[in-house]
Design a protein around this ligand. Structure first.
Ligand SMILES: Nc1ncnc2c1ncn2[C@@H]1O[C@H](COP(=O)(O)OP(=O)(O)OP(=O)(O)O)[C@@H](O)[C@H]1O
Ligand SMILES: [Mg+2]
Length: 506
């Protein structure tokens, strides 16, 4: 247990960070003790990532000071941060796919035998580290094809190899399966017990309650609370973050209509092994939210890609409002009446150099509302972008700001807004609330329910089981590329559902 009377390992005092007129960190002070797990929480755009970038030397503060072991330090770049014992587990992993675990871990600080890279020593050191911290990994395995949870483990080893005393995790669980989350939280506790100090940013308050000793709450750039976890509750944390109590989303009864999506015997061959999609059939009716439950990696991503024209099926049929779209391109699928919130907003949904307006219109600019004979109606487009950011409370400098300047959760909100606001009869919502704060999550849920009430169909693919159960009128369980179970609202047997997801049978 950490000693709170001792000098904190780290103190950040009166940190100010501005981007133009925007004050992303407004006089923020933070303490971190040896062996402590500190959660930094707050709404999207509150300034959490910025504060960590300042600590890790990726951004320079406009004011304030950082102290380590009681003495002031200057951290001008990440190399200096690492030299001071500060490590960051990157969210968008920066690993080299063709190389092995060991090669990636030692990259930048390779052991040498004479002038040459000493692979043997690297492998041995990485093997020792992996044992010492109980992070099982084969040092000789290649990164290519590794699941996200293992890649993250490589990143953690890398930080440990660099001898970090302070380890920063920025939303580490957003992309993990529940099992991987469980493992990671266990790892964090072990690291803290071994004397490491940990800062975790997360929107999942149950994780905060489970793993942290203390939580700091940020709102609009300021630190507004600093609480001991043993003295607080999820409800209290949530209230501090968003400044109001959240209501349960009300889901009125809707009589479903015709099929908006019907998939029959869909096949997508896998890379050599088992098929990614194996004669999968499902349907979504107008006025329905249909959820896909499954452990990620069981074909959910491939299903979304096939429906949306991003992958070409090897067999079967996909009909949107009766029209065959299997094998069609994205434009044709959109024209048939589909919209999609993509699973990975960085790969499919936006470009960091694009403006908010450009991102807001992406994929929709050929609609008559926005263009006429190939000429874009800029006024209409700008109005639409403004409406997106107003309605979904996207925090940005304005419609001309670069998408890359938005905080993670705000870019997710922008893309969700774009796809929900276009009135398409079918919405494919893949991880629609990934990285958004509890208030924005509630809002997005309400919008999906409204869409359903308006008579549209939603296919919800989410690794958040609670989200799937809460919103879905029907749930299909996916296992190894097939549907192996179906539940309807009010008749979900959670244990059976869990077993179908994990083992394929109940
Ligand atoms: N490079 C940048 N240029 C301009 N503004 C920026 C830049 N980076 C961040 N901001 C702004 O600073 C504010 C804080 O952003 P930050 O990324 O720290 O938020 P966050 O608390 O991590 O949010 P989220 O939960 O969504 O990840 C936001 O308003 C964001 O738009
Ligand atoms: Mg962030």
């Amino acid at each position: 247990m950490q000693n709170r009377d001792a000098e904190p390992l780290l103190r950040m005092e009166h940190i100010v960070k501005r981007y133009g007129d925007l004050v992303a960190n407004d006089d923020v002070s933070l303490k971190l003790y040896k062996g402590e797990i500190l959660a930094v929480i707050g709404e999207n755009g509150a300034g959490k990532t910025t504060l960590m970038k300042v600590l890790y030397g990726m951004e320079q503060a406009n004011g304030g000071c950082i102290y380590l072991h009681g003495g002031p330090v200057a951290i001008r770049d990440s190399a200096q941060a690492i030299a001071h014992g500060i490590g960051m587990v990157q969210q968008h992993f920066m690993l080299f796919d063709p190389f092995t675990v060991a090669e990636n871990v030692v990259y930048g600080k390779e052991p040498k035998a004479g002038l040459y890279f000493d692979l043997k020593k690297a492998t041995a050191t990485v093997g020792e580290l992996s044992q010492k911290y109980e992070l099982p990994l084969d040092p000789n395995a290649k990164i290519l094809g590794m699941p996200v949870g293992l890649r993250q483990r490589v990143e953690i080893l890398k930080v440990l190899y660099q001898n970090a005393d302070i380890i920063i995790f920025d939303e580490p669980t957003a992309v993990l399966t529940p099992q991987e989350v469980h493992e990671l939280l266990k790892t964090m506790k072990k690291l803290a017990a071994a004397g490491k100090s940990i800062i975790i940013i997360t929107h999942k308050l149950n994780e905060v309650m489970e793993v942290a000793d203390r939580a700091m709450v940020m709102r609009t750039g300021k630190l507004i609370a600093d609480v001991e976890i043993k003295d607080t509750t999820i409800e209290e944390l949530s209230f501090m973050m968003v400044g109001r109590h959240l209501a349960e989303t009300d889901i009125p009864a809707v009589e479903p209509g015709e099929d908006v999506l019907r998939i029959e015997n869909l096949v997508l061959n896998g890379g050599g092994g088992a098929p990614a999609l194996d004669r999968l059939s499902l349907h979504v009716r107008a006025g329905e939210i249909v959820g896909i439950a499954g452990v990620s990696g069981n074909g959910q991503s491939e299903l979304a890609q096939c429906i949306f024209g991003l992958a070409k099926p090897d067999g079967g049929s996909i009909k949107i409002r009766g029209r065959e779209v299997g094998g069609c391109n994205v434009r044709a699928v959109r024209a048939a009446g589909a919209a999609m919130i993509p699973e990975d907003r960085y790969i499919w949904g936006s470009a960091s150099q694009a403006t908010v307006t450009e991102t807001g219109i992406m994929g929709h600019y050929i609609q008559p509302a926005f263009s006429h004979r190939g000429v874009l109606k800029s006024k209409k487009i700008q109005q639409f972008a403004q409406e997106l950011i107003d309605r979904f409370a996207v925090k940005t400098d304005g419609i001309e700001a670069k998408t890359g300047s938005l905080s993670g959760g705000n870019s997710q909100k922008l893309i969700a807004a774009r796809e929900i606001m276009h009135k398409s009869p079918l919405l494919l919502a893949c991880e629609p609330t990934r990285g958004v704060d509890v208030g924005a999550m509630e809002f997005i849920h309400e919008q999906l329910v409204k869409k359903r009430a308006a008579g549209d169909g939603v296919l919800l693919i989410s690794s958040e089981l609670s989200e799937v159960i809460k919103l879905s009128d029907r749930i299909y369980v996916m296992y190894r590329g097939r549907v192996n179970g179906e539940f309807t609202r009010g008749h979900v047997k959670e244990e059976e559902l869990g077993l179908l997801m994990a083992r394929g049978k109940a």
